[in-house]
Design a protein around this ligand. Structure first.
Ligand code: G6Q
Length: 556
C-alpha cells in the first residue's frame, strides 16, 4: 500500500465518503441557503462557483488536510523558484517565468533566466511589429497576410486555441492557420487557401526532430520553392521556434529568425514562450502581453492565496474527490463560448499528458486512480448531443461550465439565451427531477393515468451530478491567460497529490520510436513477420495494396 492511501487524510476522506455518498445536493441546498457564499471564490473578474458539488464544510476541510499532507505549498514554491521538479528529465518547470511580469529574477542553476526570457519577448515584439506594419515583406514585396504554424501537440494546441478564442482582437485581413497532422490532407488543404507571396510559415518544434512537423515543414518548403522558383526566397517566408537552434538553422532558417525557448518549458506549457509567436503575429504583441499578464495574476493568486480560497487548488481537490473516492473516471469541459471551442482539446492534452501516469515519483506502481479522461464540447452544441448521458446515463461525469457574462459579439437575445442554457444545465444536473414531480408535470399535460405510468420512469432525473461554474466578464486576452494558468496549476496540484511527475510524457516518446521502426518495414516489398501477428497482418495488408498501386504506376 502506498503512503498516500495509508495517510490519515486519505483514510478520513474514505470514511467521510461513506457518510456523504447518498446525500443529495438538492437537500444540501435546501438545508443551507448560504452554500453559494460558502463555496464560491473570486480572482479578478473570474468567479468560481463550486457549490453544486457533493461536498459540505467537512469535505472541504478534509480535502485541505490532504493537500497539506501532500505538501502542496512547498512543492508549489519549489516549482516557482526554479527547483528541479521534473524528476525523470531532471529539469526545472518554469512556464511561470515566461509570464513573470515583475522585476523579480528567476534562477535556473544560478542563472537569472528572466534576461533571456525578456530578450526573446523583445525579439518577438520587433518581428511581429515589422510583419504587422508591413515593413517585413515577402520575396516580391508583398506584405504578410497568412501565417501558417507547422507544429504538433504542445507546439500547436495552445496557439491554435488562443488564435481561435481571440479572433475579435485579431488584425483584419490577417489569417492564422495551423498544420499538425502527418496526413498530407492537412497541409494540402491548408495550402489551397494561401498564396506563397503573402504567407509566413512558422516551424514550431521544441526538439526540431518531431516526425510529423519535419515532414510537413519539408513539404511546405518544397511547395513554396516550386511555386516561387527561388531557394533564397525561403528566408523571407520561413521562421522557426525551437530549443534546438542548430537544427532550425540546418533546415535553412535565417539564424536571426529563429526564436528560442528552453528545456525548462514543457511542450504543453509552452504557449507563453516563443511558441506563442503565431498568437503575437495574429493579435499583436500588446494582446499577447495582456495574456501573459492574466496568467501572471493567476500565478500570484496560486502562490499567495490560502488554499481554502485558491482556485486551482479547489478545482484540483474537487477533481480528486470524484476521481479517487467516488471513482468516477472522466471529467468534462463545457465552454459556453464558441470562441473557446478548442479548450476541451487543449485541456485534454494538458491534463491527460501530464497526469496520465501509473508510476509514482519513487518508481512504484500507484494503487489509486490518477488523471481522468478529459473531454467536452462548446455549449450549447453538447446539449443536443451527449448531455443525455450526463443527465440520465449510468456513468457520472463531473463537469466544468465556463461562460462569459457578456459576449464579444452582442446580438439581440443570443447571450441571454446562452447564459440561461448554461445555468439551466447545471441546475438540472444538480437538482434532477423526482418521480412525483414527473407525475405532476404529466398530469398538467393532461395525460391519462395509464399513459403516465407508461412513461413516467423515463422522465425522472436522478440529479446530484456535480458541476463547477466559472463565469467571467468577457473573453479577453487577460482573462483567457488567467483561465489557462488556472488549469495548469490545477493539473500540477493533482499531480503532487498523486505523487506523480506531471512534466514528462514517456508514452508519447514510445509511440514516436515504434512509428519509425514500422515506417522502415513499410518501405521494403515482401511480407514482414517479426512483429506480433496483428501488426504483421496490418502492415502486410497495406503493403500489398500499396505495391499493387505502384505496379499500376498510380503512385510515383
Ligand atoms: C507536450 C508533448 C508533446 C510535444 C509534441 C511536439 O508536452 O511533449 O505534445 O509538444 O510531441 O514536440 P516538439 O515541439 O518537440 O515538436
Amino acid at each position: 500500500m502506498t503512503n498516500l492511501v495509508r495517510s490519515p487524510a486519505w483514510l478520513a476522506l474514505t470514511a467521510h465518503y461513506e457518510e456523504i455518498r447518498d446525500t443529495h445536493m438538492r437537500d444540501m441546498f435546501r438545508e443551507d441557503v448560504t452554500r453559494f457564499d460558502k463555496f464560491s471564490c473570486r480572482m479578478n473578474d473570474l468567479l468560481l462557483d463550486y457549490s453544486k458539488n457533493r461536498i459540505n464544510e467537512k469535505t472541504m476541510a478534509l480535502l485541505m488536510d490532504l493537500a497539506r499532507h501532500a505538501g502542496i505549498e512547498s512543492w508549489r514554491d519549489h516549482m516557482l523558484a526554479g527547483d528541479v521538479v521534473n524528476c525523470t528529465e531532471h529539469r526545472s518547470v518554469l512556464h511561470t517565468a515566461l509570464r513573470n511580469r515583475s522585476d523579480n529574477p528567476v534562477f535556473v542553476k544560478g542563472e537569472n533566466v528572466m534576461l533571456k526570457v525578456n530578450a526573446v519577448l523583445a525579439q518577438m515584439r520587433g518581428f511581429t511589429d515589422k510583419v504587422r506594419n508591413g515593413e517585413w515583406r515577402g520575396y516580391n514585396g508583398e506584405s504578410i497576410k497568412n501565417i501558417i504554424n507547422i507544429g504538433i501537440g504542445g507546439s500547436d494546441l495552445g496557439p491554435q486555441l488562443v488564435c481561435e478564442a481571440m479572433k475579435p482582437y485579431a488584425r483584419r485581413g490577417m489569417r492564422a492557420l495551423f498544420v499538425s497532422n502527418a496526413d498530407p490532407t492537412h497541409l494540402v488543404e491548408t495550402l489551397k487557401l494561401v498564396e506563397p507571396e503573402n504567407t509566413l510559415f512558422i516551424i514550431s518544434s521544441k526538439t526540431f526532430t518531431t516526425q510529423e512537423t519535419m515532414l510537413n515543414a519539408h513539404s511546405a518548403r518544397k511547395w513554396f520553392v516550386d511555386r516561387v522558383g527561388d531557394d533564397k526566397a525561403v528566408a523571407k517566408h520561413f521562421v522557426a521556434v525551437s530549443t534546438n537552434v542548430t537544427a532550425a538553422k540546418k533546415f535553412g532558417i535565417d539564424p536571426n529568425n529563429v526564436f528560442e525557448f528552453w528545456d525548462w518549458v514543457g511542450g504543453r506549457y509552452s504557449l507563453w514562450s516563443a511558441i506563442g509567436l503565431p498568437i503575437a503575429l495574429f493579435l499583436g504583441m500588446e494582446h499577447f502581453e495582456e495574456m501573459l499578464q492574466g496568467a501572471y495574476e493567476m500565478d500570484r493568486h496560486f502562490a499567495e492565496t490560502p488554499l481554502e480560497k485558491n482556485m486551482p487548488v479547489l478545482l484540483a481537490l474537487l477533481g480528486i474527490w470524484y476521481n479517487n473516492f467516488f471513482e468516477w473516471q472522466s471529467h468534462a469541459i463545457m465552454p459556453y463560448s464558441q470562441y473557446l471551442q478548442r479548450l476541451p482539446a487543449f485541456l485534454q492534452q494538458l491534463d491527460m499528458e501530464s497526469n496520465g501516469k501509473t508510476i509514482d515519483r519513487t518508481g512504484h506502481r500507484v494503487d489509486y486512480l490518477t488523471g481522468p479522461i478529459i473531454w467536452g464540447e462548446a455549449g450549447t452544441n453538447g446539449q443536443h448531443a451527449f448531455f443525455q448521458l450526463l443527465h440520465q446515463g449510468t456513468k457520472p461525469v463531473p463537469a466544468d461550465f465556463l461562460i462569459p457574462a457578456l459576449n464579444n459579439n452582442p446580438l439581440g437575445l443570443h447571450q441571454r439565451v446562452l447564459v440561461s442554457n448554461c445555468l439551466a444545465q447545471t441546475k438540472a444536473l444538480m437538482l434532477g427531477k423526482r418521480y412525483v414531480e414527473a407525475v405532476e408535470e404529466l398530469q398538467k399535460q393532461g395525460l391519462s393515468k395509464e399513459d403516465i405510468n407508461e412513461v413516467v420512469q423515463h422522465k425522472v432525473f436522478e440529479g446530484n451530478k456535480p458541476t463547477n461554474t466559472i463565469i467571467f466578464e468577457r473573453l479577453c486576452p487577460k482573462t483567457l491567460g488567467s483561465i489557462l494558468a488556472m488549469y495548469e496549476h490545477k493539473v500540477f496540484v493533482q499531480g503532487i497529490i498523486w505523487n506523480i511527475n506531471s512534466f514528462d510524457q514517456w508514452g508519447v516518446e514510445y509511440g514516436k520510436v515504434l512509428a519509425g521502426q514500422i515506417q522502415k518495414d513499410m518501405e521494403q516489398p515482401g511480407n514482414v513477420s517479426h512483429h506480433d501477428s496483428s501488426t504483421n497482418g496490418l502492415i502486410n495488408y497495406r503493403k500489398r495494396i500499396y505495391f499493387e498501386e505502384v505496379e499500376k504506376n498510380k503512385i510515383v
